[in-house]
Structure formats: C-alpha cells, structure tokens
Ligand binder design. Structure first.
Ligand code: DAH
Length: 389
C-alpha cells in the first residue's frame, strides 16, 4: 500500500526543497529489484505516487508557486525514470554508486537544476559511443584503382566542369547539331538557354569526353591523360542505370600513335584491373569522335570464358568504348587554338595521331565486387558500405 502523501502547507522555495528532498530520498533508497512494483508504486496511472503528489500539491498550490513546484516535480519524475532506466538497473546498483552518493550530498534536487546539472548523475561506467573511421566509398576506390593503373603508364589526371557547353560536349566531338548520334545520350539541359548561340548553350555533361577537347585546346601534344568524373543523363534508374554516374576517359596524343598502342594499353589495363588471366577483344563500333571506333570486351571474369548467366553464355563481357581520335576532332581543336595563335598546327592530323577510350566506373565496380544493383552505391546504407571497410 502506498504511504500517504505528506501535506504541504507552505509553498516557499525552502519548504518545497525540503518536501521534494524527502521524496527524492524515498526514490533513491527504494528497492528496485522488483522493477514492475517500483514502476507501479511511482508511476502507476491511478495510484502512483507521482500522480497523487501532482493531485495533492500541484492542484492546491497558489498560482505563484506553481512554477517552482512544477520544476521540482519534473526533476523528481526524471529521478524515478532514471532509477528505471536499463543502464541504471544493470550497471549502478543504488548502494554502490559513488556518484549517487555524491548526488545525495548535494541536498535538494533543484540545487542541481540551478547549477545547470542533470537532475540525476552521469554513469561513467556506460560504454562510450563508438566512432568508426571512415573509408573511401567503393566507387571512389574503384576510380582510384583505375586511374592508378594509368598513372603507372605515365598518364596524368585532368578534370572538367559538370555543367558543360554544347560545344565541348557535342560539337567539337563531331556530334553536329540535330545529328542522330546525340540521341544516344539523352541529355539534361540547363533551362533558359535558347537565347544563346547553340554552341554556348549549357547542359549537364553526358560524358567525360569534353575534357579531351578542353585539354587539347590548352596544351600541345604529347598528351597522356585520364579524366575521372561525374556525368548526367536523362535515363530512368533501374538495377544497372542511374541518371548520375561516373566515367573515366583516357586520351593519348603524340606522333606515331597507332591502333596497336590502343590495344596494348587497354589489354594491359584490363589485366591490371581484373587479373592477368583476362583476355580482351575489340569489336567494330561507332563513336562520332573516333575513327575507327571499337567496343572492348573482356573474357568473362565469373566463368573464365566458358559461358554463364552473367555473360549471357557468350564468355565475353562488353566493358568500354575506344578508338583513334577522328581528324574532325583535331580540326575543331585547331580552329579554337587558332583564335589565339593563327599559325597553330600542333594538331596537324598529318603529323599527329591519338587514341581515346571511355569506361563506366559503376559497371566496373559492380563486376569487381559482385554488386547486382547500382542503387546500392548511392543509398548510403551502412550495411552495404561497411563491407568495403
Ligand atoms: N563518351 C562515350 C560514351 O559516353 C564513351 C567513349 C567511347 C569515350 C569511345 C571515348 C571513346 O573516349 O573513344 O558513351
């Protein structure tokens, strides 16, 4: 049976402090072994002591004392709840806690409040919150791995803007205005560009190839660069597509660069990435900015080329596009360079040749790590990301 609630006749602060200190002592020394009994005794909805105290004291208090009373009442409630918290019950038995003893010596509950302290003590025996060190995101890690293969071959890295002009993204790469080749890259355009000349209209770059043009305009051959970066297309998201994804572009321009150099370079890169057993083969393809163009396939890394579901039983997986730089691209670059130096012929196609390639980072990361849904890379789900730690 609950003890009766003591009567409160005076509501000045010292009287309130004394009354609540008695109750706090009652809470602190209560037997908490029977958790449910303790809970009912103090927090029971009809006969709990807090409920009775609130009825007996809060209701009869003069209006000017209600605030002081309310503060102490809430602190008492917090103390009851603290006694019931799992940490408290498991880790700090009432009689053993030095901190609780210290708390008791501080006198009244509200004395704590005025010192801006918690109404109940801190349990320093609780485990701290664990901070796990960050790791590179699997896409960035894959990007670094690919880029580093080319760094070892003497390539350097270049970057370009994600908001690009029509000229760099299409025109200089030999995609004329209204040419159907533009339809292969469903483009996200920036609003309100129609008043501008078509070459200056802004869009989200659909590939990293425009940085080829930016690099060649800025520097004469020899060039060996890789260009990692984000690209954007108006593609619906599904298990293998995302409207924002990543590519790595490569460009090598010099005297006497041949298709054999292209083949040797990419064959080496694929072996470095996927293992020395991997074979490559080149299929004729089309890109406006390379001639001839090719799609590179690697022997299936899942079945070793025997044929499986992943390679659609062909033994081969298509991985990237490449080709020899089209002379029309050198011509566009030369026209730009001649605006600064009318005699410029650094990219004379009679003397200079080059190759280019472009690959999707997500696709390679998915293959390397057996990821079946591209969306995992962007979800921020720690259960996925922690696997790469
Ligand atoms: N830019 C092409 C695309 O996004 C990929 C590509 C193909 C890049 C061939 C190249 C290349 O540099 O030579 O579809």
């Amino acid at each position: 049976m609950n003890e009766a609630i003591p009567q409160l006749h005076t509501f000045d602060e010292p009287s309130l402090d004394a009354a609540f200190a008695t109750l706090a002592e009652e809470v602190r020394t209560a037997d908490t072994n029977d958790v449910e009994a303790f809970r009912l005794h103090w927090l029971g909805r009809k006969q709990g002591r807090l409920k009775l105290i609130s009825e007996a004291w809060l209701k009869s208090a003069p209006p000017e004392a209600k605030k002081a009373l309310g503060i102490r009442f809430n602190e008492l409630k917090a103390l009851v709840e603290y006694q019931l918290s799992p940490e408290r019950l498991v880790k700090v038995p009432v009689s053993e806690s030095g901190l609780i003893a210290e708390y008791a010596t501080q006198g009244t509950i509200s004395a704590n409040l005025h010192k801006k302290q918690h109404p109940y003590p801190l349990d320093i025996t609780l485990p701290g919150s664990l901070r796990t060190p960050g790791i590179p995101h699997p896409l960035l890690k894959t990007m670094h791995e690919i880029v580093s293969v080319f760094h070892h071959l003497g390539y350097s890295t270049n970057l370009g803007p994600q908001v690009e002009s029509d000229f760099y993204n299409f025109e200089a790469l030999n995609f004329p205005e209204n040419h159907p080749a533009r339809d292969t890259q469903d483009t996200l355009v920036i609003a309100n560009q129609h008043g501008r000349p078509s070459r200056d209209r802004l869009l989200m770059r659909t590939h990293t190839s425009p940085v080829q043009i930016r690099t060649m305009i800025a520097q004469a051959p020899p060039i060996r660069i890789v260009i990692p970066g984000k690209v954007h297309r108006n593609d619906a998201a599904d298990a293998t597509h995302s409207p924002i994804f990543h590519q790595i572009e490569g460009l090598c321009v010099d005297t006497n660069i041949t298709f054999s150099d292209l083949k040797g370079t990419l064959d080496h890169a694929m072996k470095a990435l996927f293992g020395s057993d991997v074979k490559t083969r080149f299929f004729p393809s089309f890109f406006p900015f390379t001639e001839p163009s090719a799609d590179v396939q690697i022997s299936c890394i899942f079945c070793g080329g025997k044929g499986c579901r992943k390679c659609k039983h062909s033994g081969w997986i298509e991985l990237l596009g490449c080709g020899m730089v089209d002379p029309a691209v050198f011509a566009a670059v030369t026209a730009e360079r001649r605006k600064l130096n009318p005699a410029d012929d650094a990219y004379d196609p009679e003397k200079i040749t080059g190759f280019a390639f472009g690959m999707g980072v997500e696709r390679i990361a998915m293959m390397l790590h057996g990821v079946s849904d591209i969306g995992h890379f962007y979800s921020g789900d720690m259960r996925f990301l922690e696997q790469f730690a």
